[in-house]
Design a protein around this ligand. Structure first.
Ligand code: SAM
Length: 248
């Protein structure tokens, strides 16, 4: 049966790929990759000769139709992204969605994902978490998003660019308060891996002290809001507001 395999790839250390992942990359007819040159390095390392096909965000919708027609003709395809699990802040959604709409079998493999890897070592509550992907790049939209998440009670996981880390830590300090526990997980599985958890007010200062502390690839985790029990519920606030408008 024609199958689309979802194959996670390393997020730094090339050894972080499963035996089954390598077997599938070797045995499928085609590898659909976010960037064929990037994936080429991994395939070279493992001496895998399978043909690759470029599937990136701006052409994914059209190419998905083409790949599904290939799958229906009986060829098997593995989907990979540059690093980690495809579809997680990476291309693949349209392809998987189209496959499922056409009854093509989709088989996922477990494997590296920067968000979950960082969560496991952050020391922040891991029983419930919310994956937020990348924050908006424009200042106002970012601040609005952080404000919207101020009372989220689950641990929040963000992917962050090194250029914006300091700004985001400062904004988190201002909006959520300096005491909120935050973790910066940098360069995981690579030579300069560092995972640091502190109250965000201190973390913002610590990062500002040395530019190496915001280099490379970064996952940012923010612990959830802890209600004190003294807050006025939103419903009550709303009623008070209405009363205030109506009363003379
Ligand atoms: N699909 C990937 C996954 O499963 O993690 C994520 C792809 S997203 C385009 C890339 C972002 O993931 C980076 O900007 C960074 O925020 C995070 N990331 C990837 N590798 C990382 C690593 N080794 N250490 C820390 N963060 C990493």
């Amino acid at each position: 049966q024609a199958t689309l395999f979802i194959v996670p790839t390393p997020i730094g250390n090339l050894s972080d790929i499963t035996e089954r992942g390598l077997e599938i990359l070797r045995s499928v007819d085609l590898i659909a990759a976010e960037d064929t040159r990037h994936t080429g390095k991994l395939l070279n390392h493992y001496q895998i000769k399978t043909k690759t096909f470029a599937l990136h965000d701006h052409n994914e919708q059209q190419k998905a139709e083409y790949l599904v027609s290939k799958l229906k003709s009986g060829i098997s395809i593995a989907l990979v992204s540059d690093a980690g699990t495809p579809l997680i802040s990476d291309p693949g959604y349209h392809l998987v969605n189209t496959c499922r709409a056409h009854g093509v079998k989709v088989v996922p493999l477990p494997g590296p994902c920067a968000a979950v890897t960082a969560m496991s070592a952050s020391g922040l509550p891991s029983d419930r978490f919310s994956f937020e992907g990348f924050l908006p790049s424009k200042e106002k939209a970012r601040n609005d998003k952080i404000t919207e998440l101020k009372e989220e009670t689950r641990t929040m996981i963000f992917y962050e660019s090194p250029r914006r880390l300091q700004y985001t830590l400062d904004a988190l300090t201002a909006i959520m308060g300096p005491e909120r526990q935050v973790c910066v997980a940098r360069e995981m599985t690579k030579a300069f891996e560092s995972i640091t958890t502190m109250p965000v007010g201190e973390l913002a200062v610590w990062v500002a002290q040395d530019s190496n502390r915001s280099r490379g690839e970064i996952v940012l985790l923010v612990s959830g809001y802890k209600p004190t029990g003294l807050e006025i519920p939103a419903k009550v606030l709303n009623t008070l507001k209405l009363l205030n408008e109506e009363l003379p």
